[in-house]
Design a protein around this ligand. Structure first.
Ligand code: PHE
Length: 348
């Protein structure tokens, strides 16, 4: 007994010392101290040994059991400490390293220009209206005097959502929506995204327009000229030359396109280096607006009496104005999210 206890003790101490994980340690505990553990069984077996040997054997066994318990505890503490140390080592943070910096955003150049445009019109008493990007055929075309077979409905430019629904190709349908639901006097601008199937350095499949219109009893072309000339002078500069050139839109009559003098060549068409100006291609003028007096036919569509009311409407491309203002040559720069491009507008 004496000797076998000694061997058992050695064996247990050795196994505990070499035990490498908590589950393994639990196993050992069960194996020796569990309900059917070896030490437990030995303690239970005391009953069968002669009475005079029992106290000594019992004491020895109890001491062994206590020792094993202590050793298991100690080993467990050791394993835990070691694990903690490993975690501390592996997850160590070098607090002397420089922190990562938060990039600070700024207003997108298109938003800057859009806000500036809106501000000028708010200053003249216009109010803002909005319409849906997905528009029905009626509002995008039909009510703007473009029947189904009208050549102005260039199939290639329109994104169709279904037979009857399109991504609006311009902001003019907002004219219809506002006039359908309200009566004159109206003085409205409608900023927003528009969509056309077109993609190159000066065209983007999604771009922005600001529509504007004014309807009342006696609105004339002179009002149109006054409002738009004021607008252009505010957005570009006070002395800029402006030209109203006859044009055509199905929903305005008469119609005009409005040009400003080319900012690169100063309207000369041929800059100093004697090559044809690449911005205006030698014409000296840049088109920035489409406009006209609202066609009587459009008034009939919205239930207005063209004998009693008149009005003007205009529409402009925001990207184009931003490109001219900032000297940007490729429209795609607006949508590439290149931080090097966007940062240049931080201070504006
Ligand atoms: N909707 C026209 C376009 O997108 C612009 C325009 C608006 C012209 C209002 C006249 C009147 O080209």
């Amino acid at each position: 007994m004496q000797e076998s206890l000694e061997t058992l003790r050695e064996e247990i101490l050795d196994r505990v010392a070499h035990c490498g994980s908590e589950p393994e340690l639990d196993h050992l505990r069960v194996e020796y101290l569990g309900r059917k553990g070896r030490i437990t069984l030995l303690l239970r077996g005391l009953r069968e040994i002669p009475a005079e040997e029992r106290p000594q054997a019992g004491e020895q066994l109890n001491r062994l059991r206590q020792l094993v318990e202590e050793q298991l505890e100690a080993r467990l503490a050791e394993l835990k400490a070691r694990e903690k140390e490993r975690i501390l080592r592996e997850e160590r943070v070098d607090i002397t390293l420089p922190g990562s910096r938060w990039e600070r955003g700024q207003i997108h150049p298109l938003t800057l220009v859009m806000d500036e445009i809106i501000d000028v019109f708010l200053g003249m008493g216009f109010e803002i209206a909005r319409g849906p990007d997905i528009e029905d055929d009626y509002h995008n075309f039909e009510a703007l005097n473009m029947p189904k077979d009208h050549p102005a409905r260039d199939m290639q430019d329109t994104f169709f959502v279904s037979q009857e629904r399109v991504l609006r190709t311009h902001t003019s349908p907002v004219q219809i929506r506002v006039m359908e639901s309200r009566k004159p006097p109206l003085q409205i601008i409608a900023p927003g995204a528009v969509y056309r199937h077109d993609d190159d350095a000066t065209h983007s499949p999604m771009f922005h327009q600001v529509e504007g219109f004014m309807v009342d009893g006696h609105i004339s072309f002179a009002d149109l000229k006054g409002v738009l000339t004021h607008f252009i002078r505010r957005i570009f500069r006070a002395e800029i030359k402006v030209r109203f050139r006859p044009s055509f839109f199905p929903f305005t009559e008469p119609s005009a396109e409005i040009d400003i003098e080319c900012m690169l060549c100063g309207g000369k068409g041929i800059p100093k280096d004697q090559q044809v100006c690449r911005v205006c291609r030698g014409s000296g003028w840049l088109e920035i607006l489409g406009a006209g007096m609202i066609d009587p036919q459009v008034f009939r569509f919205v239930g207005y009496d063209p004998e009693k009311v008149s009005g003007f409407a205009f529409g402009m491309g925001v990207e184009r104005i931003a490109m001219l203002k900032f000297g940007i040559e490729d429209i795609r720069l607006f949508f590439q999210n290149d931080i090097r491009f966007l940062r240049q507008f931080a201070c504006l």
